[in-house]
Design a protein around this ligand. Structure first.
Ligand code: HEM
Length: 447
């Protein structure tokens, strides 16, 4: 259904009856850059028609905060699409399920199950150490670090979902990794994606869910494990729940869809972020030195290095579940809202030299960490990333283990990594090569 544009209208691209605004959106730019360009012309809040669907595009953090936080619940819906329904078995996942009490419960349970306590943290550390060892063993000649990084990050999700981790060389782990990559290739060929490129992110998850459902060999074992885990959490949560609440509504399908989604949402995002950071460190060896010095001086400090490269440049589409407003403009129920985080993270009004890799922008004069209010790499509000705390912990532990023990440099004569990246499901760096050498005191091995 296509709600009419609201009164006091937001500037809108022209449109044709069937194609909507598509003819005015042609070109080779990926959606986040295209939207940034259109924002120059139409203003930071503008609208367009994706086929028949009226869609508002948000390019600045004030409006993004209205959508995500101040009126977060109004905009916490997801668009209802045939593919979604089919592939998520009627929206039984988290990312693409519409707002409902059952979805809220499922999200809360999942969030709780992603919180790592003592043992989980030390297993995460072990996986980080295996990654160090693996990188070191391939290290002295230039090599592409992406496979080892992806395997380690996949292993973390295996730990969450299956309560089991694999050795880096395990064939089953390799299978899961290859499988995730196969999904990307499938998407690249999808006809729908050619018409609506921003749907890539949806298609990937749907395809992942779909294929997992049919591909995993020991599916029953996994479901049993997951149900056991969920039951434990349900018991833990009993104190917080109203009696007779919706948990009876959580079925095996919900658990399975959630498990599959942990892979599709949790692997590509985190591994791309790590690979971006390594790519930037190759460009800025002086920053690598500073981080290593800081690690040497203050092991146990909780400072983390951050880049502002958002790996999800446009958030998953939000939908108004009720009549609402953005920036004083009335928004009708059913309107789709796209938040372009890329524009927000590259706005020169708020970021000094936004294209520069400058971790100091996250430190105040006293060297204490500050988080600018327009820095929202995980989104915010009711739809904020479920894996945020896990991803932050994982990135911090992996990165500090790596840089404590190893130094990364360019192979002789190799070009610096390309920093433009390519948009797959997330914005990924193009492949690049590194040389890994142990730091003084760590020559004996990564441990
Ligand atoms: C949603 C970013 C890691 C699970 C999202 C969203 C963003 C995001 C921007 C969309 C928010 C919105 O629609 O407004 C990231 C980044 C990550 C990361 C930058 C790593 C660097 C993870 C991990 C997991 C995860 C490790 C799970 C293991 C999810 C799920 C959603 C989500 C389930 C859907 C939430 C909902 O619709 O309610 N993430 N994510 N993510 N993420 Fe992440």
């Amino acid at each position: 259904s296509c709600p009419p544009p609201a009164r006091g209208s937001i500037p809108c691209l022209p449109r044709l009856p069937v194609l909507g605004s598509l003819p005015w959106m042609r070109g080779h730019l990926p959606p986040h850059l295209l939207f940034s360009q259109l924002a120059q012309r139409y203003g930071s809040l503008f609208a367009l028609y994706l086929g028949p669907q009226y869609t508002v595009v948000v390019n600045d953090h004030q409006h993004a905060k209205e959508v995500l936080l101040q009126r977060g619940k109004d905009f916490a819906g997801r668009p209802n699409m045939v593919t979604t329904n089919l592939l998520t078995r009627g929206g039984k996942d988290i990312a693409f399920a519409d707002y409902s009490p059952l979805w809220k419960l499922q999200r809360r349970l999942t969030h709780n199950s992603f919180t790592l306590f003592g043992e989980g943290t030390s297993r995460l550390q072990d996986i980080g150490l295996c990654l160090c060892a693996e990188l070191l063993s391939s290290g002295t000649r230039g090599f592409d670090p992406s496979l080892a990084v992806t395997r380690a990050v996949t292993n973390v999700v295996c730990m969450l979902v299956f309560s089991a981790t694999y050795h880096q060389g395990d064939t089953e782990l390799q299978e899961v990794v290859l499988y995730n990559q196969g999904i990307l290739d499938t998407i690249a060929r999808g006809a729908l994606v050619d018409i609506y490129p921003w749907m890539k992110v949806h298609l990937n998850t749907y395809t992942a869910v779909f294929m997992y459902t049919f591909d995993l060999k020991s599916i029953m074992d996994i479901i049993r494990l997951l149900l056991k885990k969920y039951n434990e959490i349900l018991i833990l949560n009993q104190g917080q729940r109203a009696s007779g609440s919706e948990d009876e509504g959580i079925t095996d399908d919900h658990v399975l869809m959630t498990a599959a989604e942990a892979f599709s949402a949790g692997v590509e995002t985190t591994s791309s972020t790590l690979l971006w950071i390594l790519a930037y460190l190759l460009h800025h060896p002086e920053i690598q030195d500073r981080v290593q010095k800081e690690l040497d001086e203050q092991i146990g400090s909780d400072r983390a290095v951050c880049a502002i490269r958002p790996v999800s440049p446009v958030l998953i589409s939000h939908t108004a579940i009720t009549d609402s407003s953005i920036g004083g403009h009335a928004i009708s129920r059913g309107t789709q809202v796209l938040v372009n985080m890329w524009s927000i993270h590259h706005n020169p009004q708020y970021w000094d030299n936004p294209d520069l890799f400058n971790p100091d922008r996250f430190l105040d004069d006293q060297g204490q960490r500050v988080t600018p209010s327009c820095f929202l790499p995980f989104g915010a509000g009711p739809r904020v990333c479920v894996g945020e705390s896990l991803a932050r912990l994982e990135l911090f532990l992996f990165l500090s283990s790596l840089l404590q023990r190893l130094s990364f440099s360019l192979p002789d004569g190799a070009p610096l990594p390309n920093l433009e990246g390519q948009l797959g499901v997330v914005l990924q760096p193009l492949p690049y090569k590194v040389v890994v050498t142990p730091r003084a005191g760590w020559q004996g091995g990564a441990n």
